[in-house]
Design a protein around this ligand. Structure first.
Ligand code: HEC
Length: 334
């Protein structure tokens, strides 16, 4: 069985120590007895021991990934990168971030280093590789190990947040809004008492925030990691005006199967890929109703922005008229 198969295996909660899900947290026994202290190697070739150096006494965000994963891993990496930005100075001090590869044969320290640079990951977030047996042990202990054939496509959870000292561990999906994850890391997990009931409530409030139209909801939860509407480029292009500047059929198909269009070398898709640091837009497994809702939302937003006097828009805000057709610009400058 190769790494990818294992990674995609449906996951089984191996340990009762870990309660998981939206509102659950756990009380773990003393971490040193529970977690393996196996050696891992970071992107710079330095050895870190999982218990002593990676998690002991820390609030951590850990995800399992592999660099050749075409779909959900870039999404998770991008989401974590957002979270890292929002955490600012807390990273490396109050919160420690780790991405552990499940494909250590391929993901050598050098490969992880290159991946980290490609995603412009800042300091305080390490990428780790090691022996597959050791990584599997860690995943089992974190209940992140799937014995047989999971669907990555259901965006299953490869992302765990925890406080080793208090023994609280939570699973999250890459689609949780970053604000919610940040609040878990900076508030809920920083408290040394176990699971104050009011923190549960405040998390629910954060979760419930984007309950607007389906299109907006989808955009906020799935796209804002990489895109804005009028506030400039992130990992992907600013999408304000995209509904006007692209052919509707192209746009619909792009949202449905970007990876197929890239494989087919669709010229516009290739030009965009080139322009955006070779980070492929992930297939977000959107249903066709989701796609039309998203397009409708983006169109509404464009109308709203164009109808608002420039002076009333938050800065920096792009107006549709000043957005260039990025792909044409790229093509003509080559
Ligand atoms: C992991 C980051 C990521 C996420 C999440 C993401 N995108 Fe993208 N998107 C990109 C990148 C990078 C590009 C440009 C490069 C490429 O893939 O060709 C892009 C390109 C696009 C384009 C083409 C832009 C143009 O100028 O034609 C559209 C439209 C788009 N994305 C919409 C969306 C929508 C809608 C969502 C949410 C449902 C979304 N994206 C989620 C990274 C992302």
């Amino acid at each position: 069985m190769n790494r990818t198969d294992r990674y995609t295996a449906p996951w089984v909660a191996i340990t009762a120590v870990l309660l998981w899900g939206m509102h659950s947290a756990i009380a773990a026994p003393a971490g040193a007895d529970y977690f393996p202290n196996v050696p891992l190697v970071n992107q710079d070739g330095e050895t870190l021991h999982f218990y002593d150096d990676v998690i002991k006494g820390k609030v951590v965000a850990i995800n399992f990934m592999f660099t050749s994963c075409g779909d959900i891993c870039p999404l998770e990496t991008a989401k974590l990168r957002d979270i890292q930005t929002m955490l600012g100075d807390h990273v490396g001090k109050n919160v420690f971030m780790y991405s552990i590869t499940v494909d250590p044969d391929r993901d050598t320290p050098a490969v992880l280093k290159a991946y980290r640079e490609k995603f412009k990951v800042g300091p305080g977030w390490q990428f780790l590789t090691g022996k597959i047996e050791d990584i599997d042990r860690i995943r089992k202990k974190l209940a992140m190990y799937n014995e047989d054939g999971d669907e990555l496509s259901d965006h299953s959870i490869n992302f765990v947040l925890g406080n080793e000292k208090t023994g609280q561990w939570l699973k999250r999906t890459p689609f949780d809004v970053p604000e919610a994850i940040v609040s878990v890391l900076l508030e809920r997990l920083q408290t040394h008492s176990l699971m104050a009931s009011n923190s549960r409530q405040s998390y629910t409030e954060v979760r419930a925030l984007p309950s607007v139209g389906n299109g907006k909801n989808l955009f906020l939860s799935r796209c804002t990691t990489c895109h804005t509407m009028g506030q400039g480029d992130k990992l992907g292009p600013d999408l304000l005006g995209v509904v006007s500047r692209r052919d509707r059929q192209w746009l619909t198909r792009w949202l449905k199967e970007p990876e197929v269009m890239l494989k087919e070398k669709d010229p516009l898709a290739i030009a965009l890929l080139d322009q955006y640091n070779n980070i492929p837009m992930p297939n977000l497994k959107l249903k066709s109703t989701d796609i039309s809702d998203l397009i409708e939302y983006m169109q509404e937003e464009e109308r709203r922005v164009n109808a608002t006097p420039k002076s009333l828009l938050p800065q920096p805000y792009k107006l549709q008229s000043i957005i260039k057709n990025t792909a044409e610009t790229t093509a003509s400058s080559e």
